[in-house]
Design a protein around this ligand. Structure first.
Ligand code: ADP
Length: 732
């Protein structure tokens, strides 16, 4: 028997960006655990041709692949797996290499294949021993096959995981394309039909719709009722009537009508030409959606899941097989066949035209996003309420990409409920100086994709006489409630108004904060609007910086923002394969730094390292700041490596919001308006902040604020992502 445990790793089915990040994490974690790892090339085809399809891997196989799209292991369809003989050959191949643990990255087909190998294992091994193909003690040595699946499919169509590897990157590609198409469509007043992937799942279409100004989406979960053509034409015509310069329909490739008839993008185009008499073009995005470097989210998702998969695979026995998925931002193992069966149930519900069952099986998240899309992306829903209120919308703090999407969604949802959104321009200074005006539906048109803060923001936290002026302004402008979309200063400001309620009755209106800060340092939420965009900006800059090194022995020191909150440093470091990540949360003394330098010297001198990356949070250590670190690394590393420093600065705050930030902004806004509407109806005056947590959306009240925050270091007391610190440390 092999001295060490052996894991086989493969990718199969359609490739997905992020698969390589998973492969890297799996190779590194396996080797670190003292086990052996074998790459199975070209999916199950590698098991049919083991002589070239199975290769023992060492740490060099994990080098330089984190940022690559596709899969370095290759993938293929393999029809031999559909026959008993082919599967027996696959089992024989595994056992020839004494592999009895398999990590398979793929969709429902690939995972089913792995499960079949597990269930047929005993019978196949007995037969192979009986005919002399395997030694007689094989079954004793390898009584079972342990299977851990990782969900790898850009469609996000695998039940059991909130999101699959590759879906976030695919959304990046789609949304970039739609943003680009919008600009040309608007110039010519054209209508576009954009076809996205998703044979059985409308996730990409819905999230792309929600992230952009598209007006209509067609998805497999919601079969089109009779007469849909007329409704779609009318909706687009209405858009034109209210002043939209471009029309956009997004269609998932598996869209159908209630009779099960497939709807093609060309048919939609013809409908629009016939009904609107408009120049209409079709863009089929196709394989662009699969391509390119994985997003920061996909890299981290794959890294975390890959490491967890190895921990499981090295256990004594896994029965039944599991899929390592993500639920509420935490890795969870779910029974593999349940995930596959639920996936098939959802697919069947789609083909049967059973909308309720399709959405139920997919999870509430998709249904809510679809419903939200239908309201905010329409040409206008003007609701009525017996008790309409004037709701002020204000920013406070630095701009964060996605803030505009939040203002757009909040104001449209308020209008849809019959309330009046009032933009307060330029933060609390704007409130005091009476810079307010009412927002109508089309005022926020085109804001979904815009970075920055259209209504303006400032850091001012009112104090002293400003409190009086702010109270006067709220009364003068008859503001019945306030929604603050912003960062630490915004939360401090609202907390201040809350604390001053006794002296200033004007502050006794309901007030709700939405987290928007690239630092992701706000209480009550796992993610704040803007942080994902900043992360992607950092990661793509670091990719370029690393590539610039080519053949030089070079150590890069990259400083990222975050004040004393290490989220951006930790997550960008993990997504770009940093050798060290310095956080304020994890203080380091000089001896630690010197040890790190010694490690690097050893690696550069004897282990073939050519480039190293250190990510330093801007306030990780006020004394050993980036400049001092540079001097230390330069002095101590002389002769072993050169040092280059990069302080990324304000580029981290800019850029167009990523799809993640856009949909996060939309979902937080929807929840906030829903809760505010209830609060207004009940006549209460809750002051709180909303967040996206592992248990879903939640509203916290300000009387809990001080308990949840570390005021000195401007960050939450508990930071969920600190669990990932050890992930990165294990993988360097
Ligand atoms: P995905 O994993 O993306 O769903 P496929 O459905 O094409 O992709 O499956 C990939 C491969 O997995 C197939 O080519 C086949 O080798 C194997 N496979 C799929 N379904 C089964 C099955 N029911 N039994 C055994 N192997 C299967």
């Amino acid at each position: 028997m092999a001295d060490k445990l052996r894991i086989g790793i493969m990718s199969s089915g359609g490739d997905a960006p992020g698969m390589n990040a998973a492969v890297r994490a799996i190779i590194k974690s396996t080797l670190r655990a003292g086990a052996e790892i074998y790459g199975i090339y070209d999916g199950y085809m590698g098991l049919q041709h083991p002589e070239r399809g199975i290769v023992k891997l060492d740490s060099s196989a994990a080098r330089g692949i984190l940022s690559l799209g596709g899969t370095v292991l290759g993938t293929a369809r393999c029809k031999e797996m559909m026959t008993k003989e082919g599967r027996r050959r696959a089992i024989h191949s595994l056992l020839t290499y004494e592999i009895d643990r398999l990590v398979c990255i793929g969709g429902d087909g690939s995972l089913t294949g792995a499960e079949t190998l597990r269930t047929e294992w005993t019978e196949a091994v007995q037969a192979l021993m009986a005919d002399g193909s395997l030694p007689e003690d094989t079954l004793e040595k390898h009584p079972c096959l342990s299977v851990v699946g990782l969900p790898g499919t850009i469609d996000n169509d695998l039940c059991g995981s909130d999101i699959t590897i590759g879906a976030d990157t695919a959304l990046h590609r789609i949304v970039e394309a739609i943003d680009a198409i919008f600009s040309t469509a608007a110039s010519h007043q054209r209508t576009f039909v954009v076809e996205v992937m998703g044979r059985h799942c409308g996730y990409l279409a819905v999230m792309a719709g929600l992230s952009t100004g598209a007006e209509w989406i067609l998805i497999p979960e919601a079969p089109c009722p009779d007469g849909w053509e007329e409704k779609m034409g009318a909706a687009l015509a209405q858009g034109r009537a209210v002043g939209k310069r471009a029309g956009m329909v997004i269609i998932a490739e598996g869209a159908r009508d209630i009779h099960g008839k497939h709807i093609t993008s060309d048919y939609v185009r013809q409908v629009l030409i016939d009904r609107m008499g408009e120049d209409t073009r079709v863009t089929i995005l196709g394989h662009v959606q699969r391509g390119g470097s994985p997003s920061a989210y996909d890299r981290n998702l794959s890294t975390v899941l890959g490491r967890e998969a190895v921990t499981l695979a090295l256990k004594e026995k896994i029965e039944p097989s599991v899929v390592m998925g993500i639920r509420g931002n935490r890795p969870v193992a779910v029974p593999l066949m349940k995930a596959v069966e639920d996936t098939h149930r959802a697919q069947k519900a789609c083909t049967d035209g059973d909308e309720a069952a399709a959405f139920r099986t997919r999870g509430e998240h998709l249904r809510r996003a679809y419903d939200l899309f239908k309201v905010v992306n329409s040409a206008g829903v003007h609701g009525a309420t017996p008790n309409p209120k004037r709701v002020g919308i204000i920013h406070c703090g630095a701009p964060a990409p996605g803030m505009n999407m939040a203002v757009r969604t909040v104001s449209r949802l308020l209008i849809a409920k019959g309330h009046e959104p009032i933009a307060i321009h330029g933060g609390f200074d704007g409130l005091i100086n009476a810079k307010l005006d009412s927002l109508n539906w089309m005022d926020v048109s085109g804001w979904a994709s815009l970075g920055g803060a259209e209504i303006g923001t400032a850091h001012t936290v009112p104090s002293g006489p400003e409190l009086y002026m702010a109270a006067r302004a709220l009364e003068d402008h008859k503001i019945d409630a306030l929604i603050m979309i912003g960062g630490w200063s915004g939360y401090s400001a609202i907390n201040c108004l809350y604390q001053e309620r006794r002296d200033y009755p004007a502050f006794k209106v309901p007030m709700i904060c939405l987290p928007a800060s690239i630092d992701n340092n706000l209480p009550g939420t796992d993610f704040s609007i803007g942080a994902d965009t900043a992360l992607n900006v950092i990661v793509s800059a670091v990719d370029k910086i690393k590539r610039s090194a080519v053949a030089n022995r070079r150590c890069f020191l990259v400083e990222v923002m975050g004040y004393e909150c290490g989220y951006l440093a930790q997550m960008s470091g993990m997504a770009s394969g940093a050798e060290r990540i310095y956080l304020h949360e994890q203080p380091r003394v000089a001896a630690d730094l010197l040890r790190d330098i010694d490690d690097l010297k050893e690696q550069f001198a004897h282990q073939g390292r050519t480039v190293a990356l250190i990510i330093n949070n801007e306030r990780a250590n006020p004394i050993y700041n980036t400049g001092v670190l540079r001097a230390m690394f330069e002095a101590e590393g002389k002769g072993y490596f050169d040092v280059r420093q990069a302080i990324l600065g304000h580029m981290q705050q800019g850029g167009d919001p990523t799809p993640f930030d856009r949909t996060l902004a939309a979902r937080l806004s929807s929840y906030a308006v829903e809760r505010l509407d209830q609060i207004l109806a009940e006549g209460s005056n809750i002051c709180g902040f909303v967040g996206s947590t592992k248990d879903g959306m939640r509203l916290f009240e300000f009387h809990d604020y001080e308990r949840l925050i570390d005021d000195q270091y401007r960050r939450p007391r508990h930071q969920w992502w600190m669990d990932f610190v050890s992930v990165n440390e294990d993988l360097v």
